[in-house]
Design a protein. Structure first.
Length: 392
């Protein structure tokens, strides 16, 4: 195992009707003028946004609103939010929604608290020295951004999707009411479950340091999400299953399942980022579409982990060679994706890149990771292109 730092300062308020506590939490963390940042129709149609603003009005908390956050949130809206916050002297951000609204709010917070172009942080040109404080009312269990240090933004010019991580952006509080996820389309719920599992799997498939307790936590989380994803496929209004998945989403990406290892592999995410930037696909679906091709490319270099994953997470029988067990595990994972109507290749995802586009994605991916990256297996641009080709 390796030494590690575990830092999760977010105050979690979990359960039914917890959104009613938002004003008290904003005051607790010093907010006096709030930017309420959200996506679009669902928080409005459900009445959630009005309940939130009514609560702020009743508490005497001033606020301005900025909607429009979209999946693969755009840099242009981040710039708009930065200017609005500066104009209105906003001192606290409230993201109402899922990962898109939260990630966009984090980027806005960086832009307000630091001079210069906020894209510099996502383009790895410099490091942030602060972030406007942030609170979250979560409506989608997926990205784990409500407790993580990371955010992902898409720059419209050149369709470049990049992530940036800093403890400055960790939310002060996260309100998590599983009932708020019950209006999600089935596809979005399945995408969320896929993303949650992938956040854990990225940390699991490593060649650098492992702890028995961390592995046990990761494997238990994966089994729990896998089980409850199927329950929600058949019974979308199941509160207990919603609660299990929502809490798993936070635990999967707050650092817990990576304690003691080398930080994880993350190449499936990096490969998907280029898909999301170019085709604007749902993140979870993109991850499912690329994972099998990545796994078959790298598994021989990380064979003990793939074998353990197959047996402990997917109930593959411990018979045959290690390689046979690992391959059956990859197949079992793809079978699970299909069972919740997730794609297992790019055609099933609904995109058919040209060779030129594959080459371009591989190049952008390599640039984005500084040339090469990976823990299960270090991948260079040639390897990235091979995985993209195999995923068609």
């Amino acid at each position: 195992m390796f030494d590690f730092k575990y830092y999760t300062p977010t105050k979690v308020v979990f359960g039914k009707n917890t959104e009613a506590k938002v004003a008290d939490l904003i005051k607790e963390f010093g907010g006096t003028k709030v930017l309420v940042h959200y996506g679009g129709g669902s928080v409005v149609r459900s009445g959630l946004l009005k309940r939130v603003t009514d609560t702020l009005d009743a508490a005497g908390i001033s606020y301005v609103e900025l909607g429009g956050a979209v999946p693969n949130p755009h840099l242009g809206l981040v710039y708009e939010g930065i200017e609005l916050c500066k104009k209105e002297n906003v001192d606290f951000l409230l993201a109402v929604g899922g990962g898109s609204a939260i990630d966009s709010a984090k980027a806005i917070g960086y832009g307000v608290a630091n001079e210069g172009d906020v894209w510099d942080f996502y383009d790895y040109k410099r490091q942030a020295e602060g972030c406007l404080p942030l609170g979250v009312i979560l409506t989608i269990a997926a990205t784990g951004s409500e407790m993580s240090d990371s955010s992902v933004i898409t720059k419209e010019e050149g369709l470049v999707k990049r992530g940036y991580s800093s403890d400055f952006s960790r939310a002060r509080f996260a309100i998590m009411n599983p009932e708020l996820t019950m209006t999600l389309p089935d596809y979005q719920t399945a995408c969320g479950c896929t993303d949650i599992m992938m956040h854990t799997m990225e940390r699991y498939f490593t060649n650098g340091g492992n702890m028995e307790i961390t592995d046990a936590l990761a494997e238990g989380l994966l089994r729990t999400v896998k089980k409850n994803a199927v329950i929600l496929r058949d019974d979308p209004q199941n509160y207990d299953a919603r609660a299990e998945v929502m809490w798993a989403g936070s635990l999967a990406h707050n650092g817990l399942t990576g304690c003691g290892n080398d930080g994880g592999d993350w190449m499936t995410h990096k490969l998907e980022h280029e898909l999301g930037g170019l085709y604007d696909v749902a993140h979870g679906a993109g991850l499912a579409a690329i994972w099998g091709s990545w796994a078959r490319y790298v598994y021989k270099d990380c064979l003990p982990r793939f074998k353990k994953f197959a047996i402990n997470v997917l109930d593959v029988e411990d018979t045959g060679s290690d390689e046979e067990i690992a391959l059956r595990g990859i197949e079992a994972m793809e079978d699970f994706y299909r069972s919740i109507n997730m794609p297992t290749n790019l055609r099933e995802l609904g995109v058919e890149p040209t060779e030129e586009e594959l080459v371009d994605m591989a190049h952008k991916c390599a640039v984005g990771v500084g040339g090469e990256m990976g823990s299960a297996k270090v991948l260079n641009e040639e390897a990235m292109l091979a995985i993209y080709r195999a995923s068609i």
